[in-house]
Ligand binder design. Sequence first.
Ligand SMILES: C[S@@+](CC[C@H](N)C(=O)[O-])C[C@H]1O[C@@H](n2cnc3c(N)ncnc32)[C@H](O)[C@@H]1O
Length: 190
Amino acid sequence: MLRLTDRAHEICRRFLQPGDIAIDATVGNGHDTLFLAETVGPEGRVYGFDVQAAALEQARQKLGPEYSSRVTLFHNSHVEMNQLIDSEHRGHIKVVMFNLGYLPGGNKEITTHTESTLRAIEAACELLHPAGLISVTAYPGHEAGQHETGAVADFFRDCEADGWCLEIIEAVAESETAPRLFLLSGQGGS
Ligand SMILES: C[S@@+](CC[C@H](N)C(=O)[O-])C[C@H]1O[C@@H](n2cnc3c(N)ncnc32)[C@H](O)[C@@H]1O
């Protein structure tokens, strides 16, 4: 099966240059945060959000001192990204990554929720650079995830109608339950 997380990295990398600013909206164990920190380099900046302190601790360990200096991790919901990110960075964020659902191997009760996910994606749209990218990996394989994935798809289709560019990649073609990757790029193009 196509690994959507690898595809997400591959595509995000095309939008990032050394020195850029990026957000990991769902830090979890920190794989995506580390990828973003490596890609933006020592002059870049990464902001990360997660509601689980234990996940953030794991991520800190994964990052180590080399990368932590360019990463700011918030123990807050991604809904708050607009308030917590330096106002001077608004409109300059090149990539925002979301990997929805729960942490593999962690507490399945602590998961993303449709309403807050949509609010966070709206905030990401406001923070994004005109040539930036929002990447959302979603998991419709369980009931709550199916609702969330459908709501994200509807939200992004509205964005597309407003002039944003939308691409959807499915891990398995025409399967309603397979994970999918939504890629929304800014109206300034890449
Ligand atoms: C699929 S995991 C993320 C995996 C992660 N990107 C990685 O590379 O390991 C989803 C994460 O979203 C977090 N989460 C759930 N609700 C959240 C919220 N409102 N704001 C930020 N993070 C949230 C969970 O705690 C969990 O760690």
